[in-house]
Design a protein. Structure first.
Lengths: 212, 226
């Protein structure tokens, strides 16, 4: 009986020692890499958001100047999102909105829509989607240049009736085999512009508190 | 230069007991991530690294691990190593980390890692254990890359797309378009393509083995166990 107890004790202690050593190893690595990871995450996010803005068109830290964006049907947001204000020499020049296209082929498509002060689109990027690989995923900049055609478009250009893919009589290209995906994106960008038109002043307010 | 035992280990790991097409271990990442050559190669090498360190460290301490709790200890060591690799990848090759995503932590549950630790490293010398784990990993990587190349060429008509995720934007032009203006073959990219591709690779290996066996029936050892 005593031998058994001793056996159990020594086995558990061995396991404990291994667990402590492993935990120490993890804590050490975590401590060493934490700052680098935070910095790369932040840099990657900043670089990604700035893809929707004209190169060199702003000089502020987009993430530091982020402000909450209320849940709104025009933006497709069910929960509050974020808007990133781009400034040049302290004056706001553009804003990047988080937008969700709810009617993609397989669920939501999350977008970042950059809009300049004059109400025209500076750029759009897809942040998250589940569209069919090889068919609907050309909306992703990594898979094609399709998303670039939004640059320069505004509510008046093209006119409202032409804010559709070509198949539906609009101005926007699409690739054969996948029309639901681009349709959803075009619609979401248009709605984002409508939201911008309605909330331009609050979005460009330099004090974040004035955001509704 | 190479001792007969080492030679035996290498041939065993790469061909006779290849984890991907003979032991059929670690199929979860094999099938999920093998859509392109770059993804395959990255996950394959990450797995190899974990296997080599895990087998090496288990072999060093194999005499201190009580028999009844050896499996929990092995898992603990493997999980800790995988997390370390994950943190390092997140810190220094972030784009690749995003692509491989959940499959990095899943290396822990890849049974090939535990299988080599349990079947080989817990009984053999440290040098041989590291050698075995490295080449088992490379054997798996080779199958992954073959499968990735197969699926990428048939599915997208390219090779090495996504190299820029590893080497930065400069590598964007390194993509080889094997078939220009290829329309794409969806089946090859989606998971069923992975099963079909792996089936073809296994069939190919069996066919080669058959031919060898017919030519020299006595030279091929049957029922070889690691």
């Amino acid at each position: 009986m005593k031998a058994l107890a001793r056996d159990i004790l020594s086995t558990s202690l061995t396991l404990l020692v291994f667990a402590v050593v492993a935990a120490g190893l993890l804590a050490g690595t975590h401590g060493l890499t934490r700052e680098t990871i935070e910095a790369t995450e932040r840099a990657a996010r900043q670089a990604f958001i700035s893809q929707t803005l004209p190169a060199g068109g702003f000089d502020n830290d987009l993430i530091a100047d982020a402000r909450p964006l209320p849940a709104d049907t025009l933006l497709g947001l069910k929960r509050p999102g974020q808007a990133y204000l781009a400034k040049k020499a302290g004056a706001p020049v553009a804003v990047v909105l988080e937008v969700i296209a709810p009617d993609g082929y397989s669920g939501e498509i999350r977008l970042l829509v950059g809009i300049l002060a004059d109400g025209s689109v500076s750029g759009v990027r897809v942040t998250e989607h589940r569209e069919t690989p090889g068919l609907g995923d050309y909306i992703d900049k990594a898979r094609g240049d399709w998303i670039d055609q939004f640059a320069g478009k505004s509510l008046a250009n093209p006119p409202a009736a032409a804010w559709r893919v070509r198949k539906d009589g609009g101005r926007f290209d699409y690739l054969a085999g996948a029309t639901i995906t681009p349709r959803a994106v075009v619609k979401a960008v248009r709605k984002a512009l409508e939201y911008f038109a309605a909330h331009r002043d609050t979005l460009f307010a330099t004090s974040p508190k004035e955001t509704p | 230069m190479i001792s007969p035992e080492a030679r035996e280990i290498i041939v065993n790991a790469l061909w006779r007991q290849n984890p991907g097409i003979v032991q059929l271990l670690g199929l979860c990442p094999l099938l999920a991530i093998s859509g392109t050559v770059v993804n395959s190669l990255s996950l394959g090498l990450a797995t190899t690294l974990v296997m080599a360190i895990a087998s090496g460290s288990v072999s060093v301490i194999r005499n201190f691990i009580p028999q009844p709790i050896r499996i929990p200890v092995f898992i603990l060591i493997i999980a800790a190593l995988v997390t370390v690799v994950q943190l390092l990848m997140h810190a220094y090759v972030q784009p690749l980390y995003l692509v491989l995503g959940v499959f990095i932590p899943l290396i822990t549950t890849n049974c090939i890692v535990l299988a080599r630790v349990e079947a080989f490293a817990s009984k053999q010398s440290t040098a041989h254990s590291i050698l075995d784990a490295t080449f088992m990993g490379l054997g798996l990587t080779a199958v992954l890359v073959a499968l990735g190349a197969l699926r990428e060429v048939f599915g997208k008509g390219t090779l090495f797309s996504g190299l820029d995720l590893v080497f930065g934007p400069a590598a964007q032009d390194w993509v080889i378009h094997v078939v220009p203006d290829y329309g794409g073959f969806l089946l090859a990219i989606l998971p069923p393509g992975a099963f079909l591709g792996l089936g073809l690779l296994i069939a190919l290996r069996n066919w080669i083995m058959d031919i060898q066996q017919q030519r020299a029936p006595r030279l091929v050892p049957a029922g070889e166990s690691p």
